[in-house]
Design a protein around this ligand. Structure first.
Ligand code: EPU
Length: 417
């Protein structure tokens, strides 16, 4: 069982290079199903979710390889086995991103229906409704979605909610459909703009990816290309939250500050000084954070993935603050772990009331998912004694070399496998 041991650390200093965005890389990898050829993806983080996506692409008959220069090479031959089996989808929900590309490229897909998870029910009804509007037919048997479409025909789709995954599946299906598809109330996350740029580089005709109205003029052919993944904004939030608790001064390199407006504003309100630098950010923190209310919303709102990190930071605020989760129904399980460390956090429906304390107390706790695990690292930096975080493998799903990168800036952290 992998564990992290975190001890109180002196103020941090140094530089951190931010990795490529997990949630973009995984979808770009899925998009490689769309056309035959050799793809080169740069800035793909070396994390276990990327390994799972490689395993899925290989199970579908594609080849993947890390080159010496770190780029991920993906080779897609003339045929793809159009199936994402349960063992792989269960390991990683993002596997359902192959549904749209398989339908578009192969005319069929068999993808295991993802179940609920630590965030609640997490249905994919909007993905299916959108693809149905394009002409796909679905049946469900033995937990597998069987999808067929002799041809996909462009249409107008209005999403009930700007779902990231549904928007992505629709883009990847409509890019090869006949005629024009318009997706309204599309998700506007930077990772969607990155996917749109990738598909256009492949020969797609997509306008507005990253805005709430996306227009896709279907093309008949796409080609394999090279692309560099955008930086991971959730990693930025993680390192800034770590800094907010431990104090010190950091430079984060390879950052897109324009993807981080609201995060920078909220952390500024808490008292962290942040200023943009060419290709990066400089940040400094000292003392306890000021109480600051935060609420998650689809982009450009504050990302739901930031919330566990910001809550861990707000555990030390100098008064009372409120945090609201509006995106997922059940994403507060980490609060119980923070409570084991002495955090004063009360759950009230989808709100948290956080009474700040000066110090927490180190304890054995458990990482329940990627961001929940990272939140415990943040909290541990303001805790007396040792915090032992079990199930640290969850962090490997989303963070490349986290222990080494944190050690390099002065965090006392050790990994026991
Ligand atoms: N939803 C539906 N029906 C659908 C699709 C979504 O009801 O068909 C609901 C979800 O249950 C949720 C809300 O809509 O309540 C938002 O879900 P969305 O589809 O936007 O999220 P996702 O595509 O499943 C991605 C990221 C998550 C991130 C969310 C929100 C990936 C692989 N995952 O999930 O990232 O929290 O968008 O920004 O891109 C993570 O990185 O740790 C992570 C969980």
């Amino acid at each position: 069982m992998s564990r992290l041991i975190v001890r109180p650390s002196a103020p941090l200093s140094g530089e951190v290079t931010i990795s490529g965005a997990k949630n973009s890389a995984l979808k770009l990898m899925a998009a490689c199903v769309l056309a035959e050829g050799r793809y080169v993806l740069r800035n793909v983080p070396a994390i276990s979710d990327v390994e799972y996506m490689c395993a899925l692409l290989e199970a579908m008959g594609m080849q993947t390889r890390r080159r010496e220069d770190g780029a991920l090479e993906i080779i897609r031959g003339s045929q793809v086995i159009p199936e994402a089996p349960y063992e792989l989808v269960e390991r990683m929900r993002a596997s359902s991103a192959v549904l749209g590309p398989l339908l578009a490229a192969m005319g069929e897909a068999r993808v295991a229906m993802p179940g609920g998870d630590d965030f609640g029910a997490r249905p994919i009804d909007m993905h299916l409704q959108g693809l149905e509007a394009l002409g796909a037919e679905f049946t469900l048997s033995h937990g597998m979605i069987h999808a067929r479409a002799e041809r996909l025909v462009g249409t107008e789709v209005v999403l009930d909610y700007p779902s990231v995954g549904a928007t992505e599946n629709l883009l990847m299906a409509a890019v090869l459909a006949e005629g024009r598809t318009t997706v309204r109330n599309a998700a506007r996350e930077p990772e969607i703009a990155d996917l749109g740029a990738f598909l256009n580089r492949m020969g797609g005709q997509i306008l507005g990816a990253g805005s709430s109205v996306v227009t896709i003029d279907g093309v008949s052919d796409l080609r394999a290309v090279e692309h560099t993944v955008i930086p991971d904004r959730i990693e930025v939030a993680t390192f800034l939250s770590v800094l907010g608790v431990a104090g010190g001064e950091l430079t984060l390199q390879h950052v897109r500050p324009d993807h981080l407006d609201l995060l920078i504003e909220k952390l500024g309100a808490m008292g962290i000084r942040i200023s943009p630098e060419p290709d990066g950010l400089w940040a400094m923190a000292s003392g306890r954070p000021r109480p600051t209310n935060v609420a998650t919303l689809p982009y450009p709102g504050l990302a739901t993935d930031y919330l566990p990190l910001l809550v861990a930071l707000q555990c030390f605020n100098t008064g009372t603050s409120y945090a609201t989760e509006n995106v997922f129904s059940g994403r507060f399980r980490y609060v119980g772990e923070l409570a084991r460390m002495g955090a004063q956090v009360r759950v009230d429906g989808h709100h948290l009331v956080i009474d700040g304390v000066e110090r927490l107390s180190g304890a054995p706790v458990r990482a329940l998912d990627i961001r929940a695990g990272a939140a415990l690292v943040v909290a541990a930096l303001g805790a007396d004694g040792e915090t032992i975080i079990a199930d640290a493998h969850h962090l490997d799903r989303g963070y490349e070399g986290l222990t080494d990168r944190l050690s390099a800036i002065g965090v006392q952290i050790e990994r026991l496998d």
